[in-house]
Design a protein around this ligand. Structure first.
Ligand code: HEM
Length: 199
């Protein structure tokens, strides 16, 4: 599966900034047993966070997702990561995971929030199980993986808004950008009490 040119540029941007690469995926392969030992607990933890937080629990109550299916699919994803190489197919797959969340109207703030909670658990487990040096090394690689998925999700959200705005209005991209700048200025004025010129 080839990435469209626009998406390819976003992936390159994220890959360059976060730095997830083959060395990280190699580390996951090396520590396969760590994930096999703790994968179940990690998945239960994630399911507990999203079903315990009222705003994200609503996703399941409103039928936008199924908790058992989420657990199963998280298991599949973790299994894939343990065999993955940093190919275009790998990045496309993570981008599709981002899309899965957008289609379910899961806001970016919840993606960021859950990533924070996951990090806390993975750091603790990794240090307890592997010791400080190896544990922190594995944790940092896992963090890059997690942040890549979150960054891809936020990217697809932006892309979705942009495309639907342009398609719905027939605006040029330049006009849409000018309107966005005006909206942001007025939001800032609302938040800060300054006038819209920023004074
Ligand atoms: C760091 C953030 C997150 C990561 C890494 C993550 C990861 C994943 C993965 C790997 C899948 C499976 C996708 C597939 O098989 O293609 C998935 C599905 C899903 N995720 Fe997340 N997720 C995150 C945040 C959230 C949050 C905040 C919610 C809020 C409720 C959520 C709800 C769901 C739902 C409902 C599904 C689909 C489950 C179904 O099959 O019905 N996720 N997620």
């Amino acid at each position: 599966m080839e990435l469209p040119i626009g998406q390819k540029a976003h992936v390159e941007d994220i890959r360059g900034m976060i730095g997830l690469g083959e060395a990280d995926l190699e580390l996951f392969r090396k520590h396969r047993e760590f994930f096999q030992r703790h994968g179940g607990a990690l998945i239960d933890f994630i399911a507990g966070v999203v079903s315990g937080h009222p705003e994200s629990a609503r996703v399941f109550e409103e039928g936008r997702g199924d908790l058992e299916s989420l657990k199963r699919r998280l298991g599949v994803w973790l299994g894939e990561i343990l065999e993955a190489h940093a190919t275009e197919q790998f990045w496309t797959r993570q981008l599709v995971i981002g899309l899965e969340h957008i289609q379910r109207r899961i806001p970016n703030r919840q993606m960021v929030g859950l990533a924070t909670r996951i990090r806390e658990v993975v750091l603790k487990l990794a240090i307890e199980d592997l010791g400080v040096e190896e544990g922190v090394e594995l944790y940092l690689a896992f963090q890059r993986m997690l942040d890549s998925v979150v960054a891809l999700t936020t990217t697809v959200v932006d892309e979705g808004y942009r495309r639907s705005l342009l398609e719905a209005t027939g605006f040029t991209w330049e006009l849409a950008e000018r309107l966005e700048a005006m909206t942001l200025r007025s939001l800032k004025a609302e938040l800060t009490g300054e006038d819209e010129s920023g004074r």
